[in-house]
Design a protein around this ligand. Structure first.
Ligand code: 13P
Ligand code: SF4
Length: 302
Protein backbone atom coordinates (compact mmCIF):
# COMPACT_ATOMS: atom_id res chain seq x y z
CA UNK A 1 0.00 0.00 0.00
CA UNK A 2 1.37 3.43 -0.94
CA UNK A 3 2.00 5.87 1.88
CA UNK A 4 -0.88 8.46 1.84
CA UNK A 5 1.65 11.31 2.09
CA UNK A 6 3.49 10.01 -0.97
CA UNK A 7 0.18 9.56 -2.80
CA UNK A 8 -0.84 13.14 -2.03
CA UNK A 9 2.57 14.45 -3.17
CA UNK A 10 2.13 12.74 -6.55
CA UNK A 11 -1.44 14.11 -6.86
CA UNK A 12 -0.32 17.67 -6.10
CA UNK A 13 2.70 17.40 -8.35
CA UNK A 14 0.42 16.54 -11.27
CA UNK A 15 -2.06 19.29 -10.38
CA UNK A 16 0.63 21.98 -10.35
CA UNK A 17 2.80 20.60 -13.17
CA UNK A 18 5.62 20.40 -10.65
CA UNK A 19 9.00 18.72 -10.53
CA UNK A 20 10.78 17.68 -7.34
CA UNK A 21 14.55 18.20 -7.33
CA UNK A 22 16.47 16.69 -4.40
CA UNK A 23 20.09 16.88 -3.36
CA UNK A 24 22.03 13.67 -2.66
CA UNK A 25 22.03 14.55 1.09
CA UNK A 26 18.25 14.67 1.44
CA UNK A 27 16.41 12.14 3.60
CA UNK A 28 15.95 8.83 1.75
CA UNK A 29 12.16 9.13 1.63
CA UNK A 30 12.48 12.51 -0.13
CA UNK A 31 15.01 11.16 -2.64
CA UNK A 32 12.53 8.36 -3.38
CA UNK A 33 9.74 10.76 -4.45
CA UNK A 34 12.03 13.11 -6.38
CA UNK A 35 12.09 13.38 -10.17
CA UNK A 36 15.80 14.01 -10.06
CA UNK A 37 18.42 13.48 -7.33
CA UNK A 38 21.88 14.90 -7.80
CA UNK A 39 24.75 17.18 -6.88
CA UNK A 40 24.67 20.99 -7.08
CA UNK A 41 25.78 21.04 -10.71
CA UNK A 42 23.26 18.41 -11.83
CA UNK A 43 20.46 20.14 -9.95
CA UNK A 44 21.15 23.52 -11.54
CA UNK A 45 21.35 21.88 -14.99
CA UNK A 46 18.02 20.15 -14.39
CA UNK A 47 16.42 23.39 -13.17
CA UNK A 48 17.68 25.22 -16.27
CA UNK A 49 16.12 22.72 -18.66
CA UNK A 50 12.84 21.64 -17.01
CA UNK A 51 9.53 22.61 -18.59
CA UNK A 52 7.64 22.13 -15.31
CA UNK A 53 5.94 25.30 -14.02
CA UNK A 54 6.78 24.68 -10.38
CA UNK A 55 10.07 23.44 -8.89
CA UNK A 56 9.99 21.98 -5.38
CA UNK A 57 13.61 22.29 -4.34
CA UNK A 58 14.67 19.89 -1.61
CA UNK A 59 18.13 21.01 -0.59
CA UNK A 60 19.40 24.20 1.02
CA UNK A 61 18.66 27.83 0.28
CA UNK A 62 21.54 28.67 -2.09
CA UNK A 63 20.52 25.76 -4.32
CA UNK A 64 16.90 26.92 -4.57
CA UNK A 65 18.11 30.48 -5.16
CA UNK A 66 20.29 29.29 -8.05
CA UNK A 67 17.30 27.48 -9.57
CA UNK A 68 15.13 30.59 -9.13
CA UNK A 69 17.70 32.72 -10.98
CA UNK A 70 18.04 30.19 -13.80
CA UNK A 71 14.26 29.91 -14.26
CA UNK A 72 12.83 33.42 -13.69
CA UNK A 73 9.55 32.44 -15.36
CA UNK A 74 9.02 29.48 -12.97
CA UNK A 75 8.04 29.29 -9.33
CA UNK A 76 10.63 27.74 -7.03
CA UNK A 77 9.56 26.63 -3.57
CA UNK A 78 11.42 25.13 -0.62
CA UNK A 79 9.70 22.83 1.91
CA UNK A 80 11.50 24.56 4.81
CA UNK A 81 12.59 28.16 4.44
CA UNK A 82 15.13 27.80 7.26
CA UNK A 83 17.28 25.26 5.43
CA UNK A 84 20.41 27.35 4.90
CA UNK A 85 24.06 26.46 4.40
CA UNK A 86 26.35 27.61 7.25
CA UNK A 87 29.28 27.85 4.84
CA UNK A 88 27.32 30.16 2.52
CA UNK A 89 26.66 32.39 5.55
CA UNK A 90 30.40 32.74 6.21
CA UNK A 91 30.71 35.48 3.59
CA UNK A 92 28.53 38.50 2.80
CA UNK A 93 28.50 40.60 -0.37
CA UNK A 94 29.75 43.56 1.66
CA UNK A 95 32.71 41.63 3.06
CA UNK A 96 33.55 40.44 -0.44
CA UNK A 97 33.42 44.01 -1.83
CA UNK A 98 35.84 45.10 0.92
CA UNK A 99 38.24 42.25 0.11
CA UNK A 100 38.13 43.09 -3.61
CA UNK A 101 39.30 46.61 -2.81
CA UNK A 102 42.56 45.07 -1.52
CA UNK A 103 43.06 43.18 -4.81
CA UNK A 104 41.62 45.47 -7.50
CA UNK A 105 42.34 43.16 -10.49
CA UNK A 106 41.47 39.89 -8.85
CA UNK A 107 39.15 37.35 -10.51
CA UNK A 108 36.61 36.05 -8.00
CA UNK A 109 35.66 32.37 -8.28
CA UNK A 110 32.76 31.61 -5.99
CA UNK A 111 31.71 28.17 -4.92
CA UNK A 112 28.00 27.68 -5.61
CA UNK A 113 27.55 27.36 -1.81
CA UNK A 114 27.14 31.14 -1.55
CA UNK A 115 24.29 33.62 -1.59
CA UNK A 116 23.01 35.21 -4.78
CA UNK A 117 24.41 38.55 -3.55
CA UNK A 118 27.91 37.02 -3.25
CA UNK A 119 27.57 35.43 -6.69
CA UNK A 120 26.64 38.87 -8.03
CA UNK A 121 30.04 40.15 -6.81
CA UNK A 122 31.89 37.25 -8.46
CA UNK A 123 33.29 36.67 -11.94
CA UNK A 124 32.46 32.99 -12.21
CA UNK A 125 30.77 30.35 -10.15
CA UNK A 126 31.85 26.71 -9.66
CA UNK A 127 30.64 23.56 -7.95
CA UNK A 128 32.66 20.73 -6.47
CA UNK A 129 32.15 18.82 -9.74
CA UNK A 130 33.77 21.44 -11.98
CA UNK A 131 35.96 23.61 -9.68
CA UNK A 132 39.25 22.43 -11.25
CA UNK A 133 37.97 23.05 -14.77
CA UNK A 134 36.64 26.50 -13.89
CA UNK A 135 39.85 27.63 -12.18
CA UNK A 136 41.95 26.17 -15.02
CA UNK A 137 39.92 28.27 -17.50
CA UNK A 138 41.29 31.48 -15.97
CA UNK A 139 44.57 32.63 -17.58
CA UNK A 140 47.69 31.88 -15.48
CA UNK A 141 48.59 35.56 -15.17
CA UNK A 142 45.31 36.43 -13.43
CA UNK A 143 45.14 36.50 -9.64
CA UNK A 144 42.25 34.46 -8.18
CA UNK A 145 40.25 34.96 -5.00
CA UNK A 146 38.39 31.72 -4.18
CA UNK A 147 35.34 32.06 -1.89
CA UNK A 148 34.02 30.88 0.52
CA UNK A 149 35.37 27.31 0.96
CA UNK A 150 39.04 27.28 1.94
CA UNK A 151 39.13 23.46 1.79
CA UNK A 152 37.82 23.14 -1.76
CA UNK A 153 40.04 26.08 -2.71
CA UNK A 154 43.16 24.41 -1.26
CA UNK A 155 42.31 21.13 -3.00
CA UNK A 156 41.93 22.83 -6.40
CA UNK A 157 45.08 24.86 -5.80
CA UNK A 158 47.15 21.73 -5.08
CA UNK A 159 45.69 19.78 -8.05
CA UNK A 160 46.44 22.59 -10.48
CA UNK A 161 49.61 23.79 -8.74
CA UNK A 162 48.09 27.26 -8.80
CA UNK A 163 48.33 29.85 -6.05
CA UNK A 164 45.05 31.48 -5.01
CA UNK A 165 43.79 33.76 -2.27
CA UNK A 166 41.31 31.93 -0.02
CA UNK A 167 38.36 32.98 2.07
CA UNK A 168 38.23 31.46 5.56
CA UNK A 169 34.94 29.58 5.05
CA UNK A 170 34.38 25.86 5.57
CA UNK A 171 31.68 23.24 5.96
CA UNK A 172 31.13 22.27 9.61
CA UNK A 173 29.71 18.86 8.61
CA UNK A 174 32.71 17.92 6.47
CA UNK A 175 35.22 19.24 8.99
CA UNK A 176 33.90 16.69 11.49
CA UNK A 177 35.44 13.98 9.31
CA UNK A 178 38.89 13.28 10.78
CA UNK A 179 41.98 11.67 9.24
CA UNK A 180 42.53 9.48 12.36
CA UNK A 181 39.08 7.96 11.98
CA UNK A 182 39.85 7.05 8.37
CA UNK A 183 43.23 5.51 9.28
CA UNK A 184 41.50 3.34 11.91
CA UNK A 185 38.73 2.24 9.52
CA UNK A 186 41.27 1.45 6.81
CA UNK A 187 43.18 -0.81 9.24
CA UNK A 188 39.93 -2.69 9.90
CA UNK A 189 38.94 -2.79 6.20
CA UNK A 190 42.25 -2.89 4.28
CA UNK A 191 40.61 -3.54 0.90
CA UNK A 192 38.12 -0.67 1.19
CA UNK A 193 38.40 2.30 -1.16
CA UNK A 194 38.39 5.71 0.52
CA UNK A 195 36.10 8.26 -1.17
CA UNK A 196 35.79 11.83 0.08
CA UNK A 197 34.24 15.17 -0.83
CA UNK A 198 36.63 18.10 -1.49
CA UNK A 199 35.02 20.10 1.35
CA UNK A 200 37.03 17.84 3.70
CA UNK A 201 40.30 19.06 5.23
CA UNK A 202 43.55 18.47 3.30
CA UNK A 203 44.80 15.69 5.65
CA UNK A 204 41.57 13.77 4.96
CA UNK A 205 41.83 14.40 1.21
CA UNK A 206 45.44 13.14 1.25
CA UNK A 207 44.19 9.69 2.37
CA UNK A 208 41.57 9.33 -0.37
CA UNK A 209 41.53 7.01 -3.36
CA UNK A 210 38.98 9.28 -4.97
CA UNK A 211 37.89 12.89 -4.36
CA UNK A 212 34.66 14.03 -6.02
CA UNK A 213 31.32 15.80 -5.83
CA UNK A 214 28.44 13.83 -4.32
CA UNK A 215 27.33 12.52 -7.73
CA UNK A 216 31.01 11.88 -8.58
CA UNK A 217 31.30 9.69 -5.47
CA UNK A 218 28.17 7.73 -6.48
CA UNK A 219 29.49 7.23 -10.03
CA UNK A 220 32.89 6.07 -8.73
CA UNK A 221 31.36 3.52 -6.35
CA UNK A 222 29.03 2.18 -9.05
CA UNK A 223 31.83 1.82 -11.59
CA UNK A 224 34.43 0.34 -9.25
CA UNK A 225 34.94 -3.39 -8.56
CA UNK A 226 35.80 -3.01 -4.85
CA UNK A 227 33.26 -4.36 -2.39
CA UNK A 228 33.86 -1.92 0.49
CA UNK A 229 34.00 1.89 0.62
CA UNK A 230 34.92 4.24 3.45
CA UNK A 231 32.76 7.32 2.78
CA UNK A 232 33.92 10.78 3.81
CA UNK A 233 31.00 13.05 3.12
CA UNK A 234 27.57 13.92 4.53
CA UNK A 235 25.80 10.70 5.53
CA UNK A 236 22.64 11.34 3.46
CA UNK A 237 24.62 10.06 0.46
CA UNK A 238 24.54 6.53 1.92
CA UNK A 239 20.89 6.11 0.86
CA UNK A 240 21.65 6.29 -2.86
CA UNK A 241 24.98 4.50 -2.57
CA UNK A 242 23.29 1.51 -0.90
CA UNK A 243 20.18 1.61 -3.07
CA UNK A 244 22.20 1.60 -6.31
CA UNK A 245 24.83 -0.87 -5.10
CA UNK A 246 23.06 -3.41 -2.84
CA UNK A 247 25.96 -5.88 -3.10
CA UNK A 248 28.54 -3.36 -1.79
CA UNK A 249 29.33 -2.16 1.73
CA UNK A 250 29.50 1.57 2.54
CA UNK A 251 31.06 2.65 5.82
CA UNK A 252 30.60 6.29 6.89
CA UNK A 253 33.75 7.76 8.45
CA UNK A 254 31.58 9.22 11.23
CA UNK A 255 27.84 9.52 11.91
CA UNK A 256 28.59 13.09 13.01
CA UNK A 257 29.02 14.23 9.42
CA UNK A 258 25.38 15.05 8.93
CA UNK A 259 24.05 18.39 7.75
CA UNK A 260 21.16 19.42 10.02
CA UNK A 261 20.01 21.99 7.47
CA UNK A 262 19.65 19.42 4.70
CA UNK A 263 17.61 17.30 7.11
CA UNK A 264 15.13 20.09 7.91
CA UNK A 265 13.15 18.96 4.86
CA UNK A 266 10.76 16.08 5.56
CA UNK A 267 8.25 14.24 3.42
CA UNK A 268 5.35 16.00 5.22
CA UNK A 269 6.92 19.39 4.55
CA UNK A 270 7.24 18.48 0.87
CA UNK A 271 3.50 17.72 0.85
CA UNK A 272 2.63 20.92 2.72
CA UNK A 273 4.79 23.00 0.41
CA UNK A 274 2.83 21.64 -2.55
CA UNK A 275 -0.49 22.22 -0.73
CA UNK A 276 0.31 25.84 0.20
CA UNK A 277 2.76 26.68 -2.61
CA UNK A 278 5.28 27.79 0.00
CA UNK A 279 8.03 28.87 0.59
CA UNK A 280 8.62 30.80 -2.61
CA UNK A 281 12.29 31.64 -3.25
CA UNK A 282 12.96 34.87 -5.14
CA UNK A 283 16.02 36.96 -5.84
CA UNK A 284 15.81 40.74 -6.47
CA UNK A 285 16.33 41.29 -10.20
CA UNK A 286 19.25 43.73 -9.76
CA UNK A 287 21.17 40.96 -7.94
CA UNK A 288 19.94 38.14 -10.19
CA UNK A 289 21.10 39.90 -13.36
CA UNK A 290 24.70 39.93 -12.10
CA UNK A 291 24.67 36.56 -10.32
CA UNK A 292 23.20 34.84 -13.38
CA UNK A 293 26.24 35.88 -15.42
CA UNK A 294 28.59 34.11 -12.97
CA UNK A 295 26.40 30.99 -13.00
CA UNK A 296 25.95 31.01 -16.77
CA UNK A 297 29.72 31.29 -17.36
CA UNK A 298 30.09 28.14 -15.26
CA UNK A 299 27.30 26.26 -17.08
CA UNK A 300 28.78 27.22 -20.46
CA UNK A 301 32.09 25.63 -19.43
CA UNK A 302 30.50 22.50 -17.87
P1 13P B 1 27.83 18.67 -4.24
O1 13P B 1 27.73 19.74 -5.26
O2 13P B 1 29.05 17.80 -4.40
O3 13P B 1 26.59 17.84 -4.22
O4 13P B 1 28.02 19.33 -2.82
C1 13P B 1 27.13 20.23 -2.26
C2 13P B 1 27.34 20.40 -0.84
O5 13P B 1 26.73 21.21 -0.19
C3 13P B 1 28.35 19.59 -0.21
O6 13P B 1 28.37 19.84 1.15
FE1 SF4 C 1 26.52 23.58 3.50
FE2 SF4 C 1 28.09 21.66 4.47
FE3 SF4 C 1 25.46 21.38 4.58
FE4 SF4 C 1 26.77 21.22 2.23
S1 SF4 C 1 26.93 19.82 3.97
S2 SF4 C 1 24.87 22.34 2.64
S3 SF4 C 1 28.36 22.79 2.58
S4 SF4 C 1 26.71 22.94 5.64
Amino acid sequence: MTDPVVERIFELKKKHNAIILAHNYQRGEIQDVADYVGDSLGLSQQAAKTDAELIVFCGVHFMAETAAMLCPEKTVIMPDENAGCPMASMITARELREKKKLYPNVKVVCYVNSTAAVKAESDICCTSANAKKIVASIPENEEILFVPDKSLGAYVSSCLNRKMIFWEGYCPSHHRILADQIVKLKSEHPDAKIVVHPECTSDVIALADHVASTTGIIKYASGNHSKEYIVGTEIGILHRLRQENPEKIFIPVTPLSDCPNMKLNTLEKVMWSLEDLQYVVTVPEEIAVKARKAIQRMLDLS
